[in-house]
Design a protein around this ligand. Structure first.
Ligand SMILES: Cc1ncc(C[n+]2csc(CCOP(=O)(O)OP(=O)(O)O)c2C)c(N)n1
Ligand SMILES: [Mg+2]
Length: 804
């Protein structure tokens, strides 16, 4: 948005902004005080971490929200500045008094700004430090992606802005993001560092700003250091001022913080002790009262509106900028600067003196203009013209049509990973709306997760064209690696955190850019755990994407023990906002992928469906756990009924007969072992059933929801798994098996009270062939048969061999 620098604020505007700054600080402080001391606190838990941390950002956020920001800008606010954010929205008429009074209470304003749960238009959720920061960077790349494809050009470009705690920069994911941003030609991104030199526990190291400066510059960012406010700058111009500046520049962070806390008299004593023998500077100090001296010495640029407005207003380019703003943690509050102030709360007496200082009458604490020196009508007029609040900020985006069937040629023997590659290859051929909107991303495992054919067809994305030199040099290669603004694959470096945060940004494009994307990210299944917090964060923000994780489990066998995954099916089961599937056959995958294209676009506020008790109309993201194991495919027609059952989570591959003694329930790549075991048992156990579980997650969620519904009086509520299991005789035993943690399916017995022997993988690390590893970890056909024999009475199963 290089649309030229802003005009300077008039004196009147500055005066209004100064009053609003006071009001924001007051409202945020009162909100926290109210939550701690005044509202009935049923659990006795005190709020920590907001008071001092919020005050630190009061001025910066006043400057941004009331003047510098435009409706198209998007901001990630440092978690503990949430009361400041809510106070600003309250003044703008976008937050209710009730929510402030209920801050941190049930359905009140959230402790950390929440895009999904707060009602005052939070752009990006924050809370897990570091993630919101990186989200702004990736949102900026997504904005570029959307515009490069010719979409959303009628809207102005926004700036993606993060308000960053200085200790927040210890989080490694931020540096991973900076590196990726440099590779991708990042623009329109501002990171504003709240350099209060304090973290939660401690005061930070000396000279950190210089490391930041060097680092950001190395990656092509502009760095703007905002250290001294107007008062200090003025004082530096007085005689002796230069000496004062040197003293401040050399003052250790700890000492500065301690003096801020102690106030004017302490400043005077310290300054006179250290530099008071030097005529000019002595006069400079002595010309000021204690109060004036304290005001001068805490006049850092991060608390100086004119300096901030000037710095933000004069940006006339789209290069990424890191602003390092010196601030004081707990600014203007009684515990300002104290190293223990993170969880500091005002005592009732301190709140009283702040109230008096702010001219607020008892009983008028929530009034917007109480105690301010400018007429309410004038302030209100100003607020109504604030540019940030002038336009819509969450956009609607049309749903993209999804075909019921995705074409794919299924080979007689094929893995789900190969099936995924074939499905995307077919999609890549078409000119359909869905094919246009798909955007894939992978952290350096594009080819090894089978996206190669898709990328060959649709190209890689970059703002500048870049030809594949191997192609132009006519060196044969299977892959065409051409970059262009029209490309549809975003190639990332090996950083799974970046993949998830990019998916989070791509998956919010419909609301942020008004242009819907269908993001598909691929990675090796075990490395989900590397980015798990970012995945959780993406789901929490209600970003919509499809995650394809492959290869997975111990089935990747000779690929090596280090790459095996055990816990991921449980992640799929437990992660809110993520529907997890693990198909065994490619036709199942095709049905699930078609469903996923539609599911990630849904956002109705619906109740659970009476059919399967899932919140299908609400939609969510999708996780597909796939495998490289070639599996003999079943030749069958995909009926509507089968498709539905696959999507609901399970179907009978072989229904249990009336005298059924054993059911084998399997998920994913172990299907040949399950089928083989059923065959081996057939002579010695009657009517053995074979249950294909395509989604333990959805089965489990439906089951839980149906139980709740019954407990609330809907006696006929039945989930998909309850219906499937209804005819299984009660004496029947169930052996469950998957290449993942056995707990994933172990709950199946609780549905109707059947005994279960859950097989799965609890240890990992061994390398070998698939049969060797299945035997080693106990998920081969023989292990299934042994489990069935032990679980059910009857004659010995003759094909059972001794277990290793
Ligand atoms: C991933 C993660 N780890 C730990 C925390 C707990 N925590 C919240 S704020 C904070 C440090 C705050 O320091 P800074 O970012 O400098 O903000 P300030 O308190 O100075 O405003 C920590 C450790 C968290 N929110 N997220
Ligand atoms: Mg800090």
């Amino acid at each position: 948005m290089a649309d030229g620098a802003e005009t300077k604020p008039s004196a009147n505007e500055l005066a209004i902004l100064g009053e609003l700054e006071k009001k924001v600080l007051w409202l945020a402080s009162w909100t926290i005080h109210h939550a701690n001391h005044l509202r009935e606190n049923v659990d006795g838990v005190k709020v920590g971490g907001h008071q001092a941390s919020s005050a630190s950002l009061a001025t910066i956020m006043t400057a941004l929200y009331f003047r510098a920001l435009r409706p198209q800008d998007r901001v990630a606010v440092k978690p503990h500045a949430s009361p400041i954010y809510h106070a600003i929205q309250y003044l703008l008429g976008r937050q209710s008094r009730q929510k402030l009074e209920d801050f941190r209470g049930y359905k009140g304003a959230q402790s950390y700004p929440s895009r999904s749960k707060d009602t005052d238009d939070v752009d990006f959720s924050t809370g897990s430090v570091g993630l919101g920061v990186a989200q702004t960077l990736f949102s900026s790349l997504v904005q570029d992606y959307v515009r490069a494809h010719g979409w959303g050009l009628q809207r102005p470009e926004g700036r993606m802005i993060a308000l960053v705690g200085d200790a927040e920069l210890d989080e490694g994911n931020i540096f991973e993001a900076i590196l990726e941003g440099w590779k991708q030609g990042l623009r329109n991104c501002w990171w504003i560092i709240d350099y209060n030199r304090q973290s939660l526990d401690a005061v930070i190291r000396e000279g950190l700003w210089a490391r930041y400066e060097a680092l950001f510059k190395a990656f092509g960012w502009d760095v703007v250091i905002l250290k001294y406010g107007a008062l200090l700058q003025q004082a530096f111009r007085e005689r002796g001022g230069e000496r004062l500046r040197q003293w401040i520049d050399n003052c250790p962070n700890q000492l500065y913080s301690a003096l801020v806390f102690q106030g004017g008299a302490a400043w005077r004593k310290r300054l006179l002790d250290e530099i008071g023998d030097q005529g000019d500077v002595t006069r400079l100090i002595e010309a000021r009262s204690d109060q004036e001296l304290a005001r001068l010495m805490t006049n850092l640029a991060g608390h100086d509106l004119p300096s901030l407005l000037e710095a933000f207003g004069k940006v006339d380019h789209d290069r990424p900028i890191c602003f390092i703003c010196y601030t004081i943690k707990g600014f203007a509050l009684p515990f300002a600067g104290h190293k223990d102030n993170h969880a500091g709360l005002m005592t009732p007496a301190q709140a009283e003196s702040l109230r008096a200082a702010m001219n607020i009458r008892p009983g008028h604490e929530w009034e917007k203009f109480e105690g301010l020196a400018i007429a309410p009508a004038e302030l209100q007029r100003f607020l109504e013209r604030v540019p940030f609040a002038a336009g819509p900020r969450r956009h609607p985006a049309a749903r993209i049509e999804v075909p019921a069937d995705l074409p794919v040629t299924i080979q007689p023997v094929m893995s789900t990973q190969a099936g995924f590659g074939a499905l995307l290859n077919e999609l890549g051929r078409t000119k359909s709306a869905i094919a246009e909107r798909v955007v894939t991303a992978s952290p350096d495992v594009t080819v090894s997760t089978n996206l190669g054919a898709w990328v060959n067809r649709r190209g890689l994305f970059a703002r500048e064209k870049m030809a594949d030199t191997f192609k132009s040099e006519r060196i044969p290669s299977t892959f065409n690696w051409d970059f262009s603004p029209k490309g549809q694959h975003i190639e990332l470096g090996i950083a799974e955190m970046n993949l998830f945060i990019l998916l989070s940004a791509l998956g919010l494009s419909h609301a942020i850019n008004g242009e819907r994307l269908i993001p598909i990210g691929t990675l090796y299944d075990p490395f989900i755990q590397r980015g798990l917090d970012a995945l959780n964060y993406a789901c929490y923000q209600e970003a919509r994407f499809i995650l394809v994780a492959t290869p997975s489990g111990i089935t990747l066998a000779p690929e090596g023990g280090a790459h095996q995954s055990i816990a991921t099916p449980l992640i799929g089961l437990a992660q809110d906002g993520l529907a997890a599937f693990e198909p065994a056959f490619v036709d199942e995958l095709a049905a699930i992928l078609a469903f996923a294209f539609d599911y990630i676009q849904r956002d109705a506020e619906g109740e659970a469906s009476e059919r399967n008790w899932l919140r299908d109309e609400t939609g969510g993201s999708v996780y597909l756990r796939l495998s490289t194991r070639p599996i003999e495919q079943i030749k069958r027609a995909m009926t509507g009924e089968l498709r539905q059952a696959i999507v609901d989570g399970a179907y009978w591959q072989r229904p249990p007969g009336p005298n059924c003694q054993v059911v084998v329930a399997y998920t994913g790549a172990v299907v040949p072992e399950a089928i083989q075991a059923v065959g081996l048992m057939a002579e010695d156990r009657r009517d053995v059933g074979l249950l294909a579980v395509t989604s333990a997650d959805r089965l489990n969620a439906g089951w839980t929801a149906a139980q709740r519904a019954r407990e609330r009086g809907l006696v006929h509520a039945r989930s998909h798994i309850e219906k499937l299991m209804a005819d299984v005789p009660s004496h029947c035993g169930i052996v469950t098996v998957l290449d993942g943690h056995p707990a994933t399916l172990a709950w199946l017995g609780a549905v109707h009270g059947h005994r279960v022997r859950p097989l799965g993988v609890e240890h990992f690390g061994q390398t070998g062939s698939i049969p060797e590893l299945y035997r080693h970890y106990g998920i081969d056909a023989n292990a299934i048969v042994a489990a069935a024999a032990a679980l059910t009475p009857g004659r010995p199963i003759r094909h059972l061999k001794a277990l290793p």
